[in-house]
Design a protein around this ligand. Structure first.
Ligand code: FE
Length: 229
């Protein structure tokens, strides 16, 4: 079985928020799709270990913000590689409350769907939540972020909790300047690309990045990076 075939499935990238009574959390999800048109229903696959899973189970409502290609790795890292058990992810992010009262993430979102949970399917490590869209709107006419764009252009990875996570084989590099891998989230720093979003010009060797620089995905500091071999 060639599991790389699974890489050919196309996805978008979304922030799913949920909760009630002043306690909310959110996470990145890519496994989301529309199920029916009338009534409008959607499904999303969420890892049972994720904090947001508890919130959806309890509150029986969730919001899906559809991310734009402009979404920076810091936003994706905050919602995709950090746990709401450790940090309040929604604290410094622009949101608004809709009719479900679940915060709708507005930053780098092009549209949102407010959903009331109708059914859930136990899928082992994950639960698929099915729900009816009770409100939705477009925020901007920018292009949606696809998972391919996230991986190819942004250099993004799947966290281990994602349905799409595949353990990668170690690679060897042919270039002169080495790539470095974040041991926390798997982000690869490639000196060819640098990290222009965070002031590191293309062509900068890892060794020459200031010590104040942190992983653009998960926020880990430089010491957490290992040379790719
Ligand atoms: Fe990282």
């Amino acid at each position: 079985m060639n599991r790389k075939a699974l890489h050919k499935i196309s996805y978008g990238l979304y922030i799913v928020t949920s909760g009630q009574e002043g306690k909310f959390n959110g996470q990145v999800a890519n496994s989301m799709f529309q199920v029916t048109s009338d009534p409008s229903t959607v499904a999303v696959s969420i890892n049972k270990e994720n904090y947001t899973h508890e919130f959806i189970k309890e509150s029986r409502k969730f919001v899906i913000s559809i991310l734009s290609e402009s979404a920076p790795m810091t936003l994706i890292g905050l919602f995709g590689f950090k746990s709401g058990r450790d940090v309040n992810k929604l604290q410094n992010v622009k949101t608004k409350a809709g009719i479900t009262s679940v915060p709708i993430v507005l930053e780098h979102a092009i549209a949102y769907l407010e959903v009331e949970l109708e059914k859930e399917m136990d899928c082992g490590t994950h639960t698929i939540f099915f729900g009816k869209i009770v409100d939705c709107d477009i925020l901007t006419d920018a292009e949606p972020m696809t998972y391919a764009y996230y991986q190819k252009v942004k250099g993004g990875k799947s966290p281990k909790s994602a349905p799409t996570y595949i353990k990668e084989e170690p690679k060897t590099t042919g270039g002169t300047a080495a790539k470095y891998v974040c041991s926390v989230c798997g982000y690869v720093y490639d000196p060819v690309n640098g990290d222009p979003d965070n002031g590191v010009a293309p062509g900068t060797k890892f060794e020459d990045i200031p010590d104040s620089w942190t992983c653009p995905v998960c926020g880990a500091d430089k010491s957490k990076f290992e040379k790719e071999i």
